[in-house]
Design a protein around this ligand. Structure first.
Ligand SMILES: Nc1nc2c(ncn2[C@@H]2O[C@H](COP(=O)(O)OP(=O)(O)O)[C@@H](O)[C@H]2O)c(=O)[nH]1
Ligand SMILES: [Mg+2]
Length: 191
């Protein structure tokens, strides 16, 4: 199994604070609690590298992780968590758009969907925004460990039907999906 070494680099609030690394970058998009930080920990095989929780924090920062100088993963705050002031939310929205639209290193966005639930309205809204700007994106359907084996391919094709593009199954508690995801990412990096 291919194992990459991952290091936390820095937290940035906006584009001008993003680290000056040349590596291909993959920002993670998804609702709070969908499993973005767990995805990073699973790929890194290190449960402590990215903070996971059931109670999302209020800080709106982009957290950068370097995977063996091959690519960077940028953990973004989840959408759908509105316990901050309207003003703070508007400011973060502006910073996030500035980052997603201007960061040269971005290779592809990764949107996260919870295998147990229907795709939500804010997931579709995020997707429409991404497609309006023609940004490259693929989907990870995570928490797939909750789905019985015979139903997994149906869940994946259902997401594919609604979103299009590539759709990969994932589970942070089952290492067998990590290898495929790492291979998929390295393939994007090298093309
Ligand atoms: N069973 C299972 N639980 C998961 C998985 N990924 C994340 N979780 C749990 O879901 C919760 C939220 O995960 P987290 O990574 O913090 O989500 P984030 O807000 O998107 O970063 C935590 O309690 C995780 O342990 C998964 O693949 N399978
Ligand atoms: Mg998180």
């Amino acid at each position: 199994m291919k194992q990459l070494n991952a290091n936390f680099i820095i937290s940035a609030e906006k584009l001008s604070q993003c680290p000056d690394f040349p590596f291909a970058e993959f920002p993670l998009l998804g609702r709070s609690n969908v499993g973005k930080s767990s995805f990073i920990n699973a790929l890194a095989n290190n449960k402590k590298i990215a903070k996971t929780s059931n109670t999302p924090g209020k800080t709106r920062l982009i957290n950068f992780f370097n995977f063996s100088d091959k690519f960077m993963i940028a953990d973004l705050p989840g959408y759908g968590y509105a316990k901050v002031s309207r003003e703070a939310q508007a400011r973060w929205q502006k910073y996030l758009e500035e980052y997603l639209l201007n960061r040269k290193q971005i290779k592809s966005l990764i949107q996260f969907i919870d295998a147990r639930h229907d795709i939500q309205k804010n997931d579709f809204q995020m997707r429409e925004w991404v497609e309006a700007y023609n940004l490259p994106i693929f989907t990870v359907v995570t928490k797939i460990d909750y789905i019985s084996g015979s139903k997994i391919s149906g869940v994946i094709s259902n997401v594919k039907k609604q979103f299009g593009g590539d759709v990969l199954p994932f589970s942070a508690v089952n290492r067998r999906y990590c290898e495929d995801v790492i291979e998929y990412l390295l393939n994007l990096v090298n093309n």
